[in-house]
Unconditional design. Structure first.
Length: 133
């Protein structure tokens, strides 16, 4: 998806989610190759932002209003309330709530090995959205 493809808020959320996911993947690759010195939390923040925006894209595509929230669990519940089809392992993204805007200022210790799992779920969500278009 290119910026020029944005036609509505659902497209905007999708575009931003893809950008956030790409940022997280790039940072993870550089971190694992010891090319950059960053906190692991920065990678998880990017993945959290991607998940949040992907879910908001799905809601927007169905013209469902939502409150301004960074809480992935709350957004998933809203999707489920309106029978929006999600990946079966979507619940793992709730773990990223600790890395949302409020959480990025504190030090959270976690295992970087979870990043690949989150990335896989996020990529599945992107595939679902693109398939529906």
């Amino acid at each position: 998806m290119n910026k020029s493809d944005i036609k509505n808020s659902a497209d905007m959320f999708l575009y931003k989610a893809i950008v956030d996911l790409n940022s997280g993947k790039y940072l993870l690759e550089a971190f694992n190759a010891d090319k950059i010195k960053i906190d692991i939390e920065k990678i998880y923040f990017e993945l959290q932002q991607s998940g949040e925006k992907l879910l908001k894209s799905m809601l927007s595509r169905e013209a469902i209003s939502f409150l301004k929230s960074h809480d992935i669990e709350q957004i998933i519940e809203l999707c489920e309330k309106y029978n929006i089809c999600l990946t079966e392992d979507i619940e793992c993204l709730i773990e990223l709530n600790d890395y949302a805007v409020e959480g990025r200022y504190s030090i959270i210790h976690d295992d970087i090995n979870q990043a690949d799992r989150y990335i896989l779920v996020l990529e599945r969500l992107i595939g679902m959205i693109k398939f529906k278009n």
